[in-house]
Design a protein around this ligand. Structure first.
Ligand SMILES: Nc1ncnc2c1ncn2[C@@H]1O[C@H](COP(=O)(O)OP(=O)(O)OP(=O)(O)O)[C@@H](O)[C@H]1O
Ligand SMILES: [Mg+2]
Length: 356
């Protein structure tokens, strides 16, 4: 439904977007996630037609839209700061796009009311934006975007001006509105939890380049790079060299006596190949069980008690490993204690180290 191919954009000497390609399916909720300055807004504005890309093509519903002006693109954009017209009532703000499209008066009134009902703002129709809370203004901005029934809804950090509680609430509302309308949506966010909570798929960007596209689960459990592994959650990242391959296992020597067994995952491993290893803190177990990924003696360096969970910094021959384990109750170790730790082979991700 939306396809980007080889999109690049520079501002002077700054390459803001570099050779980005991806497709978004009809009805999909797709997010662009990445740190500040990685090019998310630039990419969204290229899709909206506010910026022209330097190269590449964009197709919406099978038609090239590169040359189409913003108004002709059948997209609607919601900004971070709502940008409602301050002198127009809520009703007139939402009606604005329909008036521009010369929709008849009775149809206009019906569609505006419907859109306001969708975002639970119908009773505020006569108010001015200045008489609304931030969350209410954001709802009006959403109604104003969906009332024109765009093929594509573009949201640029629409929740970042709201406090944490309202943000959580609005997050759920945006997702349910998107589901009810079946509207294809692209959300820009630097907030991992937000992207995970609402998206069907997520594209991770770094310095203008696309790193990986996948479901939240794929990004978390099958990251393509060390950057993605670290960006989507806490992680222990180790580097080392392949010691040997044993059937479907690869054993990576990370130094200091840390030999880690990982699924070979169909990759062409050779002894001596540089590799990186990623292991999520919550997959590390404390105890003397037999673990097929590796088990080690570790010295407790630091312990942070979080109630239901405990965060541990563990030193294995001087290498610090972070573990996030359920509350250990009466077996709670103290700094300086020695414990036995281990993990399952299937919880280890190993990849050749391309030297990112
Ligand atoms: N109009 C512009 N003129 C010059 N440089 C720009 C312009 N817009 C963006 N840039 C630069 O392009 C890069 C990408 O910016 P962009 O706004 O797309 O990032 P972002 O991922 O949306 O960041 P944030 O999360 O902070 O909003 C940055 O280095 C930024 O400084
Ligand atoms: Mg931005």
């Amino acid at each position: 439904m939306l396809t980007l191919e080889g999109i690049s954009k520079s501002f002077g000497s700054v390459a803001a977007v570099k050779d980005v390609s991806f497709s978004v399916a009809k009805g999909e909720f797709f997010s662009l996630l990445g740190p500040s300055g990685c090019g998310k807004t630039t990419l969204l504005r290229i899709i909206a037609g506010i910026y022209e890309s330097d190269s590449g093509s964009i197709h919406l519903n099978g038609q090239s839209i590169n040359q189409k002006p913003m108004r002709a693109r059948d997209t609607a954009l919601v900004f971070q700061n709502y940008a409602l017209f301050p002198h127009l009532t809520v009703f007139d703000n939402v009606a604005f796009g329909l008036k521009m499209r010369r929709v008849s008066k009775p149809e206009l009134a019906q569609r505006v009311t419907e859109a306001l009902e969708l975002v639970r703002m119908a009773q505020f129709a006569k108010r001015l934006p200045g008489e609304l809370s931030g969350g209410q203004q954001q709802r009006v901005a959403l109604a104003r975007a969906v009332v024109v029934r765009p093929s594509l809804l573009l949201l640029d950090e629409p929740l970042s001006n709201l406090d944490a509680k309202l943000r959580d609430e609005m997050r759920g509302e945006i997702r349910s509105l998107q589901q009810r309308l079946g509207i294809t949506t692209i959300l820009v966010t630097h907030d991992l939890q937000e992207a995970f909570a609402v998206s069907d798929r997520i594209a991770v960007l770094r310095q203008g380049s696309l790193q990986q596209v996948g479901t939240a689960n794929q990004l978390y459990d099958a990251p393509a790079s060390q950057f993605v592994a670290a960006f989507v959650g806490h992680v222990n990242l180790l580097t080392g060299k392949v010691a040997r391959v044993e059937g479907s296992n690869v054993i990576i020597d990370c130094g200091n006596g840390l030999a880690v067994s990982a699924p070979a995952d169909g990759l062409a491993w050779h002894a001596g190949t540089k590799a990186w290893v990623s292991l999520r803190p919550e997959r590390i177990r404390i105890g003397d069980a037999s673990f097929d990924g590796g088990s080690f003696d570790a010295k407790v360096a630091e312990i942070t008690y979080l109630g239901s969970r405990v965060d541990l910094a563990l030193a294995v021959n001087g290498v610090l490993i972070r573990a996030d384990v359920p509350n250990l109750g009466q077996f709670m170790p103290k700094p300086g204690d020695m414990v036995r730790i281990g993990w399952s082979r299937d919880d280890v991700i190993a990849k050749p180290d391309g030297g990112e």
